[in-house]
Design a protein around this ligand. Structure first.
Ligand SMILES: [Cu+2]
Length: 154
C-alpha cells in the first residue's frame, strides 16, 4: 500500500467514524426507568442532567396502563407527547373520569408543587422537560418505588 493510498484509507475510516458518532447522537440511548419511577418504563436522556441545576429533557417510554401514582415536584414539569396517549389528572387520588388526555404533538405543563398522577393509554412515549434538579414526592409513601424496593424489616 503506498502512503497516498494509506492516507486515503485513514481519511475514509475517519469519515465513517464521524458519521457513526453523529448517528449515535441523534439516536436516544434507552435504559430502565430510574428507581423513583414505577418499574416497567424505559428512560432516555435527551439533554442536560435532571440531577443538576439547569434545564433538562428526558424521554419516557411507557407500556399500556403504566401508572405514576399521585405525586408532586418542587419545579414545573412540561410533558410533550411523542406517541400514544398520556392521561393525567390533578389531586391526591386517581380519578379516571377527570383525567385529561394528551395526544402526539400536544403538551401540558404541571405547576410546581401541584399534586398529579398519570397513566399511559396504549404504549406511550413522552418528553419531559424542566429545570433541575428534578425531584419527586409521592402523596402516599407506600406508592414510592424507592420505599417498595427496600427490604421490609420484620
Ligand atoms: Cu409528575
Amino acid at each position: 500500500m503506498s502512503s497516498r493510498t494509506l492516507t486515503l484509507a485513514v481519511a475514509a475510516l475517519l469519515g465513517v467514524m464521524a458519521g457513526t458518532s453523529q448517528a449515535q447522537k441523534a439516536k436516544l440511548t434507552w435504559g430502565p426507568a430510574p428507581p423513583f419511577l414505577p418499574s416497567g418504563a424505559k428512560f432516555a436522556l435527551v439533554s442536560g442532567d435532571p440531577g443538576k441545576t439547569g434545564p433538562f429533557e428526558i424521554e419516557l417510554s411507557m407500556p399500556n396502563g403504566y401508572t405514576i401514582p399521585p405525586h408532586w415536584h418542587p419545579t414545573d414539569e412540561n410533558v410533550a407527547v411523542k406517541s400514544g396517549e398520556f392521561r393525567f389528572g390533578m389531586g391526591d387520588k386517581i380519578d379516571t373520569k377527570s383525567m385529561k388526555a394528551l395526544k402526539p404533538g400536544q403538551s401540558g405543563s404541571l405547576p410546581a408543587n401541584g399534586h398529579h398522577y398519570a397513566r399511559a393509554h396504549g404504549p406511550t412515549v413522552v418528553a419531559v422537560s424542566g429545570n433541575g434538579p428534578f425531584a419527586i414526592t409521592y402523596v402516599n409513601q407506600a406508592d414510592d418505588p424507592r420505599t417498595k424496593a427496600k427490604p421490609k424489616a420484620k
